[in-house]
Ligand binder design. Structure first.
Ligand code: HEC
Ligand code: HEC
Ligand code: HEC
Length: 470
């Protein structure tokens, strides 16, 4: 019954009760409203609330909309902008339909309702074709839209504010070259008071430090480049750093893990037990480039998308920089004493004993043999070793060995889909074929045989994870 949660991670949705959720929302609402009055008074009296960009825009950047398909943009700047846009994973959030890249319309689920991403193609009416470079810069650096409206932090400007002007302009130059698409995304579905954009002033005051990245002179150039990417465009913290009750990123326990759409974005600090301190540099670089770190982990769920859309495109220097930076973070154990990827040994039960037996109840071993063993082998050792596209071993696999079986369950429900240069990785989703009882039985069998034997999940908890919008 007991499901352990690593400390420093938010309780999984399966655990969060409605009551604490409601209490939090009420508290947040009260604080918002109190502060609203305070802000309204100050806005009327001094008008100095908005943080001012301390780095003035060089005059050369000009005003006036940059023409879509701008022929004067230098090809190398556009190319650089494309690389940077990949690092920022702009396409992932701003594409709802692959045939309309960057045209937005993807619903981002927040605890306060749905936010639909805007169209950022150069279409003049529905996209950002009429935005000046400084409008674009202000959105990326200050989280303020074209008409001066506050943007919601579902747009990761908390991180993008650190990106240099030059890089922001390169991204803009690239976006100017993508096909303009005439498409108006649906209106947001946010509950009062969260539909009041101006209240973001309050959120920003507590959770947003506007300003460009400042290198640490004590650290190497490689580390600083990694810091610039991870803390900036790559916005790894949006998923891997725990949040406070206002959904802002906590400044303590950075990278120590959090929950994202039902998935645990694991602790990636260099702690040997709680985090990924036991991984070699090569393993981490391989994970970012392909989604596979043999003997440690595979990338599924939101991380598969990050690898597919973003990190697989990192050049070798940037892979190394990110690795050096993550290695240099303070380790956080989070109460965990044994690493996720250290569990498990091959099953040696006599599976022939299962053959021909009548299934009288939900049996995890039988379900595993029937549904999973064709690819992962009945021993759990996988097929194809560590070749690209191999069926991975469930032994020494971070998902099977994690204290919370959430990601294992989510993998069974949703499968794995990840396209990279090396491989088209596909594990089928079992969500439609298997009941909550059956999924729980398989997950409990896998954790007991190949992972952390103390991790377990109930059918109700599977149901709660199933209800998470992906
Ligand atoms: C995690 C999801 C996510 C990622 C990644 C992301 N955005 Fe967004 N972006 C959003 C959301 C959500 C909004 C809308 C915020 C709002 O309505 O207040 C937004 C708004 C914007 C806006 C303002 C548009 C308008 O019409 O107001 C711009 C410009 C923008 N994003 C550019 C980018 C660029 C460039 C990148 C990549 C470097 C990027 N975004 C990456 C989610 C994302
Ligand atoms: C959209 C959310 C999201 C973002 C952004 C994100 N991650 Fe992840 N990450 C996850 C999730 C979820 C997992 C667990 C994946 C799984 O179980 O297969 C994960 C897993 C990992 C792991 C493997 C940990 C383990 O023990 O299995 C590493 C390493 C990692 N992420 C690094 C990064 C880095 C570096 C970045 C920034 C470049 C990043 N992540 C950005 C959600 C995210
Ligand atoms: C058709 C082959 C196939 C079947 C059947 C299959 N898997 Fe997988 N499984 C894969 C592939 C492919 C991957 C991803 C490999 C990669 O990431 O490179 C994977 C990944 C996994 C992972 C690792 C996910 C992560 O985030 O690290 C787990 C755990 C897993 N499978 C469990 C199961 C279970 C349990 C079943 C039965 C319900 C099952 N698989 C059925 C092919 C399969």
């Amino acid at each position: 019954m007991s499901r352990r949660q690593p400390m420093n991670t938010r309780p999984s949705p399966a655990h969060r009760t409605h009551r604490t959720h409601r209490a939090r929302t009420t508290l947040a609402t009260l604080l918002f409203c109190t502060f609203a009055l305070y802000v309204a008074w100050h806005a009327a009296h001094d008008g100095e609330m908005r943080p001012v960009d301390e780095v003035p825009l060089p005059a050369a950047h000009g005003e006036g909309p940059a023409a879509p398909g701008d022929a004067t943009a230098q090809p190398e700047i556009v190319k650089r902008g494309e690389y940077l846009a990949r690092m920022g994973d702009c396409a992932a959030c701003h594409t709802a339909d692959k045939s309309r890249p960057f045209a937005g319309g993807l619903a981002i689920n927040t605890p306060f309702g749905k936010i639909y991403t805007p169209n950022i193609t150069p279409d003049p009416d529905t996209g950002i074709g009429q935005w000046t470079e400084s409008d674009f810069m202000r959105a990326m650096h200050e989280g303020v839209g074209k008409s001066g409206e506050r943007l919601y932090p579902a747009f990761p400007y908390v991180e993008f504010t650190r990106v240099t002007e030059q890089d922001v302009l390169a991204i803009r130059a690239y976006l100017n070259t993508v096909a303009p698409i005439h498409y108006k995304p649906p209106a947001n579905e946010l509950r009062f008071p969260f539909n009041q954009r101006w209240l973001m002033i309050f959120w920003n005051l507590f959770n947003f430090d506007e300003g460009r990245f400042v290198p640490d002179p004590q650290k190497s150039a490689e580390y600083n480049r990694g810091a610039y990417l991870v803390e900036g465009l790559a916005h790894c913290e949006e998923c891997h750093t725990p949040r406070n009750f206002m959904q802002g990123l906590k400044s303590s326990g950075r990278f120590s893990g959090a929950t994202q759409a039902g998935w645990q974005a694991y602790n990636i600090t260099p702690d040997r037990a709680g985090g990924i301190g036991g991984w070699s540099d090569d393993a981490l670089m391989s994970y970012l480039a392909t989604g596979v770190a043999p003997g440690h982990a595979n990338a599924a769920g939101p991380m598969a998308e990050v690898v597919q859309n973003s990190t697989q495109y990192l050049n070798a220097e940037d892979q190394r920089s990110i690795t050096a930076y993550l290695r240099g973070q303070p380790p956080v154990a989070g109460g965990v004493t044994r690493s996720r990827d250290s569990y498990g040994q091959p099953a040696n039960d006599d599976i022939t004993a299962l053959r021909g037996t009548v299934i009288t109840s939900v049996n995890g071993a039988q379900l595993f043999v029937a549904n999973c063993a064709s690819c992962h082998n009945w021993t759990g050792a996988g097929v194809g070793a560590s070749a690209p596209g191999a069926y991975p071993s469930l032994i020494h696999n971070s998902v099977a060995g994690a204290a919370s079986p959430d990601n294992l369950t989510m993998t069974i429900l949703h499968g794995v889909k990840r396209q990279t240069k090396d491989a088209d990785v596909l594990m089928p989703a079992f969500g439609d074929a298997l009941s909550n009882d059956q999924v729980a039985a398989i997950a409990n069998y896998v954790t007991k045989q190949f992972g952390d034997p103390q991790a377990s999940i109930t059918p109700d908890q599977v149901a709660a994870l199933r209800a998470q919008a992906q």
